[in-house]
Ligand binder design. Structure first.
Ligand code: ADP
Ligand code: ADP
Length: 229
């Protein structure tokens, strides 16, 4: 994995209201950093900046020391795998959805990833909403199953950096635990930045930052934060 570093990152959407007010943190290569905080704190904005949906207003984001503004969009997108809160599926087979981002992936790789993510029985199927001219209907996947598709996609893509943006927050508690365990396996060996609103979902992180209104108000490991609060 590559090292991800935020250096004095400030950001606003409109040139007026500051959203991120000078963030400094490093995710060492292969480690997991979690950012937790209430809704509106700026967590998703951090994720959007790392993927360069927006550029920082001030400061810099670096991957292995290189300012991401000097990295091509294509290689940035190759380097980072994202598991969002709700995975949106394309109107094609689940297998195609898993291969998305790696159109050159061979069927064996896709099958293996589907197996690891425990979504293998669905690979040949079409997602819900798919309506062919012959009247074929798609399969309705649950939230957990859609996250498994996203996990399989990540395994195929094999990026050094993983961005988990509220990846389990739309799931019921039982499914959440299941998907969390799968995400922990897939994050092994990758630099992982995870964003969540509850401390209980980021137990395994190497470091946790508590974000409030665009500022880091606490940092530590899970047990340390629990002991202090
Ligand atoms: P979180 O993920 O912690 O809930 P966000 O990063 O989504 O927080 O939002 C942080 C702040 O930025 C909020 O006040 C939100 O209203 C604002 N915000 C988010 N997206 C936009 C946008 N596209 N334009 C303007 N303001 C935004
Ligand atoms: P190896 O034996 O070569 O280490 P693994 O079977 O451990 O391979 O896993 C290969 C990749 O898939 C690793 O990135 C691992 O973290 C991930 N992985 C393993 N099991 C699962 C699972 N059940 N769900 C999601 N990802 C998994």
């Amino acid at each position: 994995g590559g090292e991800v570093r935020f250096e004095g990152v400030r950001f606003d959407y409109d040139g007026k209201r500051p959203i991120l007010k000078g963030l400094d943190f490093t995710v060492p290569a292969g480690r997991t950093l979690a950012i937790v905080g209430p809704s509106g704190a700026g967590k998703s904005t951090i994720a959007r900046l790392l993927f360069r949906f927006y550029d920082v207003t001030d400061g810099a984001i670096r991957i292995d020391g290189q300012d991401i503004r000097t990295v091509s969009q294509a290689s940035l997108r190759r380097a980072i795998g994202i598991v969002p809160q709700d995975t949106v599926l394309f109107n094609d087979t689940i297998g195609y959805n898993i291969a998305y981002g790696r159109p050159d992936a061979d069927p064996e790789t896709i099958a293996e990833a589907a197996q690891l993510a425990q979504i293998a029985p669905f690979v040949e199927q079409l997602p819900d909403g798919y309506d062919t001219m012959v009247g074929e209907r798609g399969l309705k996947l649950s939230g957990g199953e859609k996250q498994r598709v996203a996990i399989a996609r990540t395994i195929v893509k094999d990026p050094p950096i993983l961005l988990l943006d509220e990846a389990t927050s739309a799931l019921d508690t039982h499914t959440e635990r299941d998907i969390q365990a799968a995400l922990e396996r897939v994050s092994q060996g990758r630099t992982t930045l995870m964003v969540a609103h509850r401390l209980s979902t980021v137990v395994g992180a190497d470091e946790i930052l508590v974000l409030d209104r665009g500022e880091i108000v606490e940092r530590g490991r899970h047990a340390e934060l629990l002991a202090r609060n």
